[in-house]
Design a protein around this ligand. Structure first.
Ligand SMILES: Cc1ncc(COP(=O)(O)O)c(C=O)c1O
Length: 354
């Protein structure tokens, strides 16, 4: 049972069938009809004019940053944002923008309006020619490292308003925007909260094998299209991949909130076995061994992996992620394995079980 990430899913039979039957063309020369359909549909879903299909969320974010930033520019992103810590700092050495971390003043992974206004106020006091000029705020919804936390749509609007008031663009890394929208019962467009460009992924939670989409205005996407080519991201008969992503939108998007409900069940069971686990906002569960447990997150993750439940450590926590390949029965089986392995670990460390 693999709960390391929601990216480990297998393509469904419907996806494999759609891939086999996809109408395709050369998307580098004169476009692929299935890719075009996916681009139009996804852009409309997130409330933008145009979309650009790319192999990964990292490329989508990088294209957004490259298109928004130049040398000597700065961008803001919440601490531990994926663009800061998990994309090799490409925003700086390829995109040319220097990052400034925003604190998590509102919630884990979520800055406050005051955080943005404070940078804007500070920058307006020092317009020296040799200083960086902020151009962009890059938000992440849901925030992976923050434990799948949601930037609520009203707050997302307010954060965008604060950035726009300072004259900055807003890019949203919405790799898991689907989960944020479903948890708030709003459309992905509303959950995106007035961002100027949005990354969404088809391979996180939606179960498609490959693919992400950068969405924005037509003009912005036309510029990003050139950068995609520069990075080697043009894909020829990519309709084979887009076909699976279209199935993901049809069949997986409507059921995605099930993952949040299962994550909540998982947390209840882990708490019953005496562990400290954050209340999940979406499909990411963070378990934090307490000093009294007598074991570290690494030891707990090792024990759980050895018991047959895949998990990862994330900072001082163990991360478990629910997804489409974990149904009610496999969740119940996973809970049994996790509970037994935790008790065995407690026994081995001599700390009595609760
Ligand atoms: C929040 C977030 N953004 C972007 C990415 C990058 O996506 P990819 O792995 O497709 O490059 C990930 C990957 O897990 C992510 O969690």
């Amino acid at each position: 049972m693999d709960l390391r990430s929601d990216t480990v899913t297998q393509p469904s039979p419907a996806m494999r069938q759609a891939m086999a039957a996809a109408r395709v063309g050369d998307d580098v020369i004169d476009r692929d009809p299935t890719v075009q359909e996916l681009e139009e549909r996804t852009a409309a879903l997130v409330g933008q004019e145009a979309g650009l299909f790319v192999p990964s969320g990292s490329m989508s974010n990088l294209l957004a940053l490259m298109t928004s930033l130049g040398r000597g520019d700065r961008f803001l992103a919440p601490r531990h944002a994926h663009v800061l810590t998990h994309e090799l700092g490409t925003a700086a050495w390829i995109g040319g923008g220097i990052p400034l971390e925003l604190p998590w003043s509102h919630a884990p992974g979520v800055p406050s309006v005051a955080d943005i206004e404070a940078v804007a106020a500070e920058e307006s006091r020092r317009p020296a020619y040799y200083e960086l000029i902020t151009r962009l705020v890059c938000l992440e919804n849901t925030h992976n490292h923050g434990g799948g936390h949601i930037v609520g749509w009203q707050l997302a609007n307010q954060l965008s308003d604060a950035a726009h008031a300072a004259g900055w663009r807003v890019h949203l890394d919405g790799a898991r925007l689907w989960h944020a929208a479903a948890a708030q019962s709003v459309s992905p467009a509303r959950a995106a909260g007035n961002a100027d460009s949005v990354t969404v992924c088809f391979s996180k939670g939606l179960g498609a094998p490959v693919g992400s989409m950068l969405c924005s205005s037509r003009e912005f996407i036309d510029r990003a299209w050139r950068w995609r080519k520069a990075l080697g991201g043009g894909m020829r008969q990519a309709g084979v991949l887009a076909a699976a992503a279209l199935v993901a939108l049809d069949e997986e998007l409507p059921r995605i909130d099930e993952d949040r409900l299962r994550a909540a069940r998982l947390v209840r069971a882990l708490r019953q076995s005496g562990l400290e686990a954050d209340e999940p906002a979406t499909n990411i569960v963070l378990v934090r061994p307490a000093p009294g447990d007598g074991f570290t997150a690494e030891a707990l993750a090792r024990a759980w992996n050895e018991a047959g439940v895949g998990c990862l450590t994330m900072g001082p926590a163990v991360r478990l992620v629910t997804h489409r390949d974990i149904d009610d029965q496999s969740l119940a089986d996973a809970i049994d394995l996790l509970t037994t392995a935790t008790n065995t670990l407690r026994h081995a460390t001599g700390v009595p079980r609760l």
